[in-house]
Design a protein. Structure first.
Length: 344
């Protein structure tokens, strides 16, 4: 057995790691959504801007503490600090978009069920594709349009099957998704390496949180009422726990992206959606119609097809890069070896 094989993790440990991270991702994400829904109920802390500002304040503080304690978790931080002006040029507007997305999303919990809002979020893939084509990050393809039509059809069935449909909740969630998808496009530029960036997820969160906090503090100041402070004093332990879960989710997502394959991440996402919908029905008594169940299944089929297409595109791109790196002509050393063989 070679040294590299001895040091490499066994198949069993990799499976255990995947299951552990997958369960953490699903559990933390589902818990945060259910927790937010609970807090947004009247009588708890139904102040969307203030709740989101508390999240970002705690995330900013914990990011500073985590970076101080474990700078190795932020491998691209030196590059980010060196090019801080470029980073802020992208993360500044991104923070504003993310702030609006979070506020609208939390506000939507007042009017619509968690299951319905989760059904709507499945349509993000179609929104992102349309925006990406518009700005030139994606190439238009009828095959992609066909798959996305399946996703949109499933989302439409879910929306039409909602028993307690509230237009305001629908509009707030749609606005949240438009802002989030716009944020994701900018985030793709920051994380993928365009314009000389390519930040890891935790470094990205380190800069994103304070940029998101600034517009949120302005919104809190403009909409402040004495009830906000009263509810804060009554519920601060819950708010602290809620904010810690929000930060933990960022860390878990970073670990998941680093340790898992694209296919495993997609499967976890689909399982997470199913868990969120089921827990919503169990915890809050949200009714789910048979039409929504059918629509959800249709959406899952569309997401599986879309994920398979994207993974295949990544494989093709990797093979193309490997082919381009292979030399068309033999190196000078190889050429000399061939000449010596010929002489013999």
């Amino acid at each position: 057995m070679t040294a590299s094989n001895a040091n490499s993790p066994s198949t069993g440990s990799l499976v255990l790691q995947t299951i552990t991270l997958g369960c953490l991702n699903i559990g933390v994400s589902s818990s945060l959504i259910a927790f937010n829904k609970y807090l947004m109920h009247p009588g708890h802390f139904s102040h969307a801007s203030a709740l989101t500002a508390i999240h970002m304040s705690v995330t900013t503080l914990l990011s500073l503490l985590l970076y101080t304690a474990a700078p190795g978790l932020y491998p691209t931080m030196p590059k980010a600090r060196e090019n801080w002006q470029t980073v802020l040029k992208f993360v500044g507007p991104l923070g504003a978009l993310f702030a609006v997305a979070l506020v609208c999303s939390n506000e939507a919990y007042k009017y619509s069920s968690v299951a319905f809002l989760q059904f709507m979020k499945q349509g993000n893939v179609a929104i992102v594709f349309g925006m990406s084509c518009f700005v030139g990050l994606q190439v238009f393809s009828w095959r992609k349009i066909g798959i996305l039509t399946v996703v949109v059809a499933g989302c439409s069935l879910c929306a039409r099957g909602e028993i307690h449909f509230v237009m305001l909740g629908f509009c707030l969630q749609l606005a949240s998704q438009l802002m989030e998808c716009s944020k994701n496009l900018i985030g793709e530029i920051v994380l993928a390496g365009s314009h000389g960036l390519k930040l890891d997820v935790l470094t990205f969160v380190f800069f994103q949180a304070p940029m998101c906090l600034i517009p949120l503090l302005v919104a809190v100041a403009m909409t402040y009422t004495p009830e906000v402070m009263q509810d804060f004093l009554s519920n601060w332990p819950l708010l602290l726990a809620n904010s810690l879960i929000a930060f933990t989710l960022n860390v878990v997502i970073a670990l998941t992206l680093k340790r898992m394959s694209a296919l495993a991440f997609v499967i976890i996402g689909l399982l997470k959606d199913a868990v969120i919908v089921a827990s919503s029905a169990a915890l809050f008594g949200d009714p789910i119609s048979s039409q929504q169940c059918i629509g959800f299944c249709v959406t899952v089929i569309g997401m599986v097809l879309w994920s398979h297409l994207k993974i295949q595109e990544q494989k093709d791109a990797a093979e193309k890069r490997a082919t381009e790196k292979s030399p068309l002509l033999p190196s000078h050393k190889e050429h000399q070896e061939v000449k010596q063989e010929d002489k013999k």
